[in-house]
Design a protein around this ligand. Structure first.
Ligand SMILES: Nc1ncnc2c1ncn2[C@@H]1O[C@H](COP(=O)(O)OP(=O)(O)OP(=O)(O)O)[C@@H](O)[C@H]1O
Ligand SMILES: [Mg+2]
Length: 238
């Protein structure tokens, strides 16, 4: 596929004849310098944007044949997003943030709360459900964002620089969670600038100037084995 942006008279070729297959259950890192087209590719794969030409085939379905409503439904059903800037609602509890995607899918209030609690427990934040985003550390906020991405039971999780704003320990915690989701069968695509982070995946795809430059199989992906557990509040600094 190709993606061209037009800014007044200037043509920006964000993606140029990119051809990429991601297999079900794979974990892939996408690397490349700033402006190379990584986020553009993630937005298109995540059905948030459409290519200028070419096709996106998701689970055998050609996305270009679908209406905006069908795309939104497909996105809700299959895809979870994690962003660099967490994108949580401020002055809103962790629990309410995680429940949000379920409101759009029309799940009942009791079921929403049950599933959101379960997702927060899976990321080790069972004791932080009532905290506002602003009362959580960066690493904890990103864990809330991961819980929000997985609460809909997606088959694909797309993470755009999920460790970009985190210290290295919190970054590894996030990678541990993504690897854990992948081990449960979820397809994971992670954008990163960091080679060590990239090597947590089974394949590294490098993109340069809107083109795929190389693909590398990682023989022994780094295992991010950090145990996430609920600490009693008095043991948590800050
Ligand atoms: N909405 C837009 N309108 C016009 N140009 C855009 C738009 N979005 C992205 N671009 C351009 O497309 C190119 C690719 O941008 P993209 O955001 O995909 O890069 P990236 O690889 O994610 O970079 P970074 O690592 O800095 O996040 C850039 O030249 C950018 O300026
Ligand atoms: Mg980007």
């Amino acid at each position: 596929m190709t993606k061209t942006y037009y800014l007044e008279d200037i043509e920006v070729n964000a993606l140029r004849s990119v051809s990429l297959v991601i297999r079900e259950g794979e974990m892939v890192s996408l690397m490349g310098p700033s402006g190379s087209g990584k986020s553009t590719l993630m937005h298109i794969v995540g059905l948030l944007d459409t290519p200028t030409s070419g096709q996106v085939i998701l689970e055998g379905v050609d996305a270009s044949t679908m209406s905006a409503n069908q795309l939104a439904e497909l996105r809700n059903q299959y895809i979870g997003f994690v962003f660099q800037a967490f994108n949580l609602l401020p002055r809103t509890s962790a629990l309410a943030n995680v429940e949000l995607p379920l409101i759009y899918s029309g799940v009942s209030a009791t079921e929403r709360t049950r599933r959101a609690k379960d997702a927060l427990e899976r990321v080790g934040l069972g004791n932080r459900m009532g905290h506002f985003s602003s009362q959580l550390s960066g690493g904890q906020q990103q864990r809330v964002a991961v819980a929000r991405a997985l609460v809909t039971n997606p088959s694909i999780v797309l993470a755009d620089e999920p460790t970009g704003n985190l210290d290295s320990r919190s970054g590894i915690e996030v990678m541990a969670m993504l690897q854990d989701l992948n081990a449960q069968g979820i397809t994971v695509i992670v954008v990163t600038h960091d080679d060590r982070i990239a090597r947590h995946a089974q394949r590294v795809v490098r993109i340069l100037d809107g083109r795929i430059q190389s693909e590398e199989i990682v023989r022994e992906p780094v295992r991010a084995a950090i145990e996430l557990r609920d600490l009693p509040p008095e043991e948590v600094a800050g």
